[in-house]
Write a protein that binds this ligand. Structure first.
Ligand code: UGA
Length: 461
């Protein structure tokens, strides 16, 4: 099948590479010519500057020039194309609604070219990005405006998590296809021949609107589940003595109806999707005059979770942040990424600065550069000058009065030794990710310990 993937970011690039692995003729198209030129080199460093996903570079290298082609101009390749996949940014606006401008611009570009094509064979325009319910119809209207003939629209949402995009594209849990006609379903079935009738992959065909809703309901439910553990499970263990958070989790999630995924309590879930998607769903339902109490509560719980350990440090540990130096370990929204979007660290830094912290000593194995672009704006907020970046946890901790662990990087599991050999008590350890398994040793040696999902432990002094 001949495929054009429109948009080569985190979703489009892995999808294009995996479709090429499956033997389709794939044109990965992006209006950003610099990005396309970087991909065309086939070099890891160039590709990873834009999308850094395990297995991606080798998938591109193995298919490029034979099945996979990069281009910033599709004028000459539109002829004969079976399917367009739209994989474009759909960022949130201030009011929570979804900015569809990248999406509609690309729609018009494609529509103009399709209107002029010579072959009039059926072409299907598929949305992979997370888009508001009804967006497939919007695309249909754009095509009609340009008098495109013989086309269908479809929704086929991606469910990829960062760090697993290539594997997730090769072995999805489910493939959801929302289309209007049997002809269009058939074309998409040929694209996904490997997944249809697969023993383990659920291949679901439904309406475009149902398909668009599935993505929102899934992401909103995952965030609700995480927020339940953060707002209820963790809260109980933080309030009543002698509760072991890990045992609580095992006891509850051993029920085959209850998932372990999402039960890892944290200082809030971040990333480019959960916050954006719940706000968009709230907006969409509110626009239709519906109440959204549960979604609103989940959103608020998750946002508060990002800073509540600072409140606990003040009220439970009696720590006064004013004029203090704090080491901040982990800046990205989760491990193995440099993505700062909606990361808890953004809110933690704001809260620490507001509490009068004089210096923040930050360390993240990948995200320091990305973080600086968020915070390096002295004109806007000179307080950000108080953040200094270090190359190791040890250097960041050195000379600080407290440490705050914000990301679940595995290397932080060995922190108690680093703390013990770098700083002297009195010293406060705030563990926003339950990364320090041997906290009791620290407490026995005089360090104060405040974990998410556990009671405050005063150092023995
Ligand atoms: C998420 C979903 O997992 C994907 O299924 C979805 O396709 C994607 O959003 C999207 O809409 O594109 P992602 O944002 O990459 O993927 O990251 P997750 O691994 O789901 O983590 C999100 C946040 O939740 C992170 O901050 C993570 O640390 C946190 N989390 C995750 C917890 O706090 N507890 C957990 O048990 C799991």
């Amino acid at each position: 099948m001949k495929i054009i993937v429109v948009g080569t970011g985190f979703v489009g690039l892995p999808h294009a590479a995996v479709m090429a692995e499956y033997g389709h003729e794939v044109y990965a198209y992006d209006i950003d010519a610099t990005r396309v030129a970087a991909y065309k080199t086939g070099e890891a460093e160039e590709i990873e500057r834009y999308v850094n996903e395990p297995g991606l570079v080798s998938a591109i290298q193995e298919t490029m020039g034979r099945y996979l082609f990069f281009t910033s101009d599709i004028t000459d390749v539109v002829e004969g194309t079976d399917v367009f996949f739209f994989c474009l940014n759909t960022p949130p606006k201030r009011d929570g609604s979804t900015d569809l401008s990248y999406y509609t611009n690309a729609g018009h570009t494609v529509a103009k070219l399709l209107a002029e094509r010579k072959d009039k064979k059926r072409v299907v325009l598929v949305n992979k990005s997370t888009v508001p319910v009804g967006t497939a119809r919007l695309l249909q209207n754009i095509m009609n405006e340009h008098n495109v003939e013989n086309f269908g629209v479809a929704s086929n949402p991606e469910f990829l998590a960062q760090g697993n995009a290539v594997d997730g594209s090769r072995k999805p849990d489910r493939v959801v296809v929302g289309a209007d006609t049997e002809e269009d379903f058939q074309i998409i079935r040929r694209i996904y021949a490997q997944f249809v009738n697969h023993v383990r992959i659920r291949y679901l065909e439904t309406t475009p609107e149902t398909s668009e809703s599935i993505k929102y309901v899934a992401n909103n439910l995952l965030l609700t589940y995480i927020s339940f553990w953060n707002g209820v499970g963790a809260r109980i263990a933080e309030t009543f003595p002698n509760i072991r958070m890990e045992d609580l989790k095992i006891g509850v999630t051993s029920d085959s109806r209850i998932s372990t995924w999402g039960s890892y309590v944290s200082n809030g879930a971040g990333g480019s999707c959960f916050g954006k998607d719940i706000q968009s769903m709230i907006y969409q339902l509110n626009q239709a005059g519906r109440r959204t109490d549960l979604l609103q509560a989940v959103y608020n719980i998750n946002e508060y979770q990002k800073v509540y350990l600072i409140d606990r440090a003040i009220h439970e540990a009696g720590f006064n942040f004013n004029q203090k130096t704090v080491a901040l370990l982990g800046l990205a929204f989760k491990k193995r990424t440099n993505d700062m979007r909606d990361s808890a660290a953004l809110k933690v830094v704001e809260a620490l600065l507001a509490k009068g912290v004089t210096s923040i000593r930050a360390y993240d194995p990948l995200a320091a550069d990305a973080a600086q672009s968020y915070w390096f704006n002295p004109e806007k907020n000179h307080l950000f000058e108080r953040i200094t970046y270090f190359n190791s946890a040890k250097e960041a901790i050195s000379g600080s009065d407290a440490v705050y662990v914000s990301t679940d990087w595995e290397e932080f599991r060995g922190l108690s030794h680093t703390i013990d050999t770098t700083v002297q008590p009195p010293y406060l350890v705030i563990d926003g990710r339950r990364m320090i398994p041997d906290a009791q040793t620290l407490v026995d040696r005089g360090y104060d310990f405040l974990p998410v999902g556990g009671m405050f432990m005063k150092g023995k002094r």
